[in-house]
Every structure is written in C-alpha cells, then in structure tokens.
Design a protein around this ligand. Structure first.
Ligand code: 5RP
Length: 229
C-alpha cells in the first residue's frame, strides 16, 4: 500500500520536470519510483540531464536510459527530486536512511530548488523519531563519537549512537565513510544542532536538511498534498 502512495508522490513530481532541465535524482525506494517514471518519460522523448545522488541511483538511471552527468560538468542544477525519512515543520528533513545523505545534500545544495516526495507517514510534528544518520570518517571513530556525544549533551539531547552495520562489517557509504545513527527520539531545534555537528573534526555531514526543500508532495489515501516551506 505504501508503494502505491510513494508512486503517487513520485509521479506528481514529474509535472515539475521540464524539457532541458538539469536534474538532481535522489536515492531510496520513493526516489527509485521517480527514476523509473522519469525513465519512461525520457524514452518517450523528454530531454533532461540528470545527476544521481548515489551509485545505486546511477545504476538505475543508466538502466532507465536517463542521460547523466556530474555537478562538475553542469554547475547549478534546476531541480532536485528526492525522498526523505522525516519531514518536519518548515520542511526541515531527516535524510540518509539509505546512506546517501552526503551526495544528496551536495546535489540538493547545488540545485535552485528541491522537491521532496514521500508517503504521509514521513510527516512528523518534531524531527527525531527516525535515528539521525551522521556520516563520519573511519579514522578516530571513538574520538568522533565522544565529540558527537558532547555536542548532543550541549544541545540537551541524549541517546545511543549506533554504528550502521556491525563492528566487523560497518556499512560504508559511496564516499568511503561510516554512519553513526543517533537515536535521539526528538530534535526540537534542528537548526541549532546542524552546524554544531559539522563543526566536529571527523564528522563529514549529517542527515539534517535545513532550509533546502522548497516543497513536498506527500501522498495519502485522499490524494497528493503539496506542503510548502
Ligand atoms: C537515502 C535517503 C532517502 O531519501 C530516505 O531514506 C527515504 O527513503 P525511502 O523513500 O526508501 O523511504 O535519504 O539516503
């Protein structure tokens, strides 16, 4: 049932894709549905050029026959379409459940607009029930973990930091880094936490997307609702 809702949101976003656009293409199950729908449009003659936000999306987009390039070649993109793990007030997001948060944030930040596609379960009054992914370098992991805990406590937050995967086989991102998932339950002030996390040596980035999304297409039983920031 969720797949039908994800597909509805993904297909709605196709309306925003115009010929000639330079498009950021997101990662995750909802973004996959968008990529497949976009592929059908491309095979029908729509001319766009895409920048994938992960190797997973690159493989799918190539299979779909979507022309791809890089941010280095294209410069600013017109639009990025991507999913989210949580959509909070003001369209602040948690992303990175699929481990692609770094490239997703680089691509969204290099786009004039970002549109989020999701089913209604992703909309929350306060971010944080979904564990916050924090991408870290492998070197000095224990020191980085301690520094993150210090920042969390300074922000009045507490909760376990769990290495994604397991100690013997950690999940490795496309950038060759690890992910610590922060189980915080609630993040009442994401805009306060975000810069403090990136200030820690060893933290590459985190899944808080603040002031990046322009609108969200959220699909529920009654149709697709448009949320604006
Ligand atoms: C990947 C992401 C995804 O957008 C997020 O995890 C949502 O995925 P899904 O559409 O499968 O629920 O941030 O890094």
């Amino acid at each position: 049932m969720n797949d039908a809702l994800k597909r509805a949101a993904a297909e709605k976003a196709l309306d925003d894709v115009k010929p000639g656009m330079k498009l950021g293409i997101g990662t995750g199950s909802t973004a996959d549905l968008f990529t497949k729908a976009l592929g059908a449009k491309v095979r029908g003659g729509l001319d766009i050029i895409g920048v994938p936000t992960s190797e997973r999306t690159r493989a799918l987009a190539e299979k779909e026959g979507i022309r791809l390039s890089t941010l280095d070649e294209l410069g600013e993109l017109d639009l990025t379409i991507d999913g989210a793990d949580e959509i909070g007030p003001g369209l602040d997001l948690i992303k990175g459940g699929g481990g692609a948060l770094l490239r997703e944030k680089i691509v969204a930040s290099a786009s004039r607009r970002m549109i989020v596609i999701a089913d209604g379960t992703k909309v929350v009054p306060t971010l944080g029930a979904f564990p916050l992914p924090i991408e870290v370098v492998a070197f000095g992991l224990a020191a980085t973990r301690a520094a993150i805990n210090t920042v969390l406590r300074a922000c009045g937050l507490d909760g376990a930091l769990e290495l994604r995967g397991d100690a013997d086989h950690p999940f490795v991102t496309d950038g060759g880094h690890y992910i610590l998932d922060a189980h915080l339950a609630k993040i009442p002030e994401p805009a306060q936490l975000a810069p403090m996390l990136v200030g820690i040596p060893g933290v590459v980035d985190h899944g808080l997307f603040i002031n990046l999304a322009e609108k969200a297409y959220v699909a529920g039983q009654d149709g697709v609702e448009t949320l604006t920031a």
